[in-house]
Write a protein that binds this ligand. Structure first.
Ligand code: HEM
Length: 275
């Protein structure tokens, strides 16, 4: 299929679809599965053969039946009414837009979205997405194949701040954080705790604290805002005054949000040359 013509009319439809997606995702609390849909459509990219990537092919029954995509039919079906209202928009753009909106409506960073992706029906072979039971070298093999870096691996894994694992889908169970509908840096905070009560840690999550190169980023992203407050009271015969000194970092999530937004944009544009 040819690339869509991104003219003023297309951009207007994108704006309308963005609003529809905001309403849909907020009312159905389906941000986690929408984000996962965007990631699983994009994450099949192979930089060498320039196949896979964010091209809407995940809607193919064959690809949807890959074991890593179990459950994602729910997200595909949720997108259908939006597609019906904005038929000009490609599935490839729609799924990536849904991922960007999912992050925004749950309190995450704003991710720059450039439309114009073409739809393809050719699905890549099964097995391109990461296997949660493996370790650092597997993660590197899969993400380097897409053309992504160590920093991208750690930043993007922070998406597990949203959602949960379902035993009937992946065999794993439970959320990674205490508030799985809030996009924040708590995934990294929990990852560094020795014991997180009842929270999920996949082997690939643990890989991020075990590998020193990955861990560097985890520690930065987990940083809380250390604000020190000193109150000094001066009292002598003539004057009495108090001095309040407070210092800390501007915002605890700044580093994570900035890197996440950049890595998510890269993921959403794998193999795509914006028009
Ligand atoms: C859920 C694995 C990276 C977003 C899951 C689940 C697994 C998994 C096993 C549970 C699925 C279920 O049972 O429903 C992995 C592995 C990754 C990875 C091995 C390698 C680093 C990512 C990335 C993103 C992402 C890069 C997005 C940028 C999500 C979200 C959920 C999820 C939002 C929750 C889905 C829901 O609640 O329905 N992931 N993931 N994951 N993943 Fe990942």
């Amino acid at each position: 299929m040819a690339a869509p013509v991104v003219d003023a009319e297309y951009l207007k439809e994108i704006d309308k679809a963005r609003r529809d997606l905001r309403a849909l995702i907020s009312s159905k609390n389906c941000a986690p599965i929408m984000l996962r849909l965007a990631w699983h459509d994009a994450g099949t990219y192979d930089a060498k053969s320039r196949t896979g990537g964010p091209n809407g092919s995940i809607r193919n029954e064959k690809e949807l039946n890959h074991s890593s995509n179990i459950g994602l039919k729910i997200a595909i079906d949720l997108c259908e009414p939006v597609k019906a209202r904005h038929p000009k928009i490609t599935y490839a753009d729609l799924y990536q837009l849904a991922g960007v909106v999912a992050v925004e409506v749950t309190g995450g960073p704003t991710i720059d979205f450039v439309p114009g992706r073409k739809d393809l029906m050719d699905s890549p072979e099964e097995g391109r997405l990461p296997d949660a039971k493996q370790g650092p070298s597997h993660l590197r093999e899969v993400f380097y194949r897409m053309g992504l870096s160590d920093k991208d691996i750690v930043a993007l894994s922070g998406a597990h701040t949203l959602g949960r694992a379902h035993p009937e889908r992946s065999g794993f169970e439970g959320p990674w954080t205490k508030d799985p509908l809030k996009f924040d840096n708590s995934y990294f905070v929990e990852l560094l705790k020795k014991k997180s009560e009842e929270l999920l840690k996949l082997p690939t999550d643990m890989a991020l604290v075990e590998d020193p190169e990955f861990r560097r980023y985890v520690e930065i992203y987990a940083q809380d805002c250390p604000t020190f407050i000193i109150f000094y009271m001066h009292d002598d015969a003539k004057f009495q005054y108090g001095l309040l000194i407070s210092f800390g970092m501007a915002h605890d999530e700044e580093a994570f949000f900035a890197d996440y937004a950049a890595s998510h944009k890269k993921l959403s544009e794998l193999g795509f040359t914006p028009p």
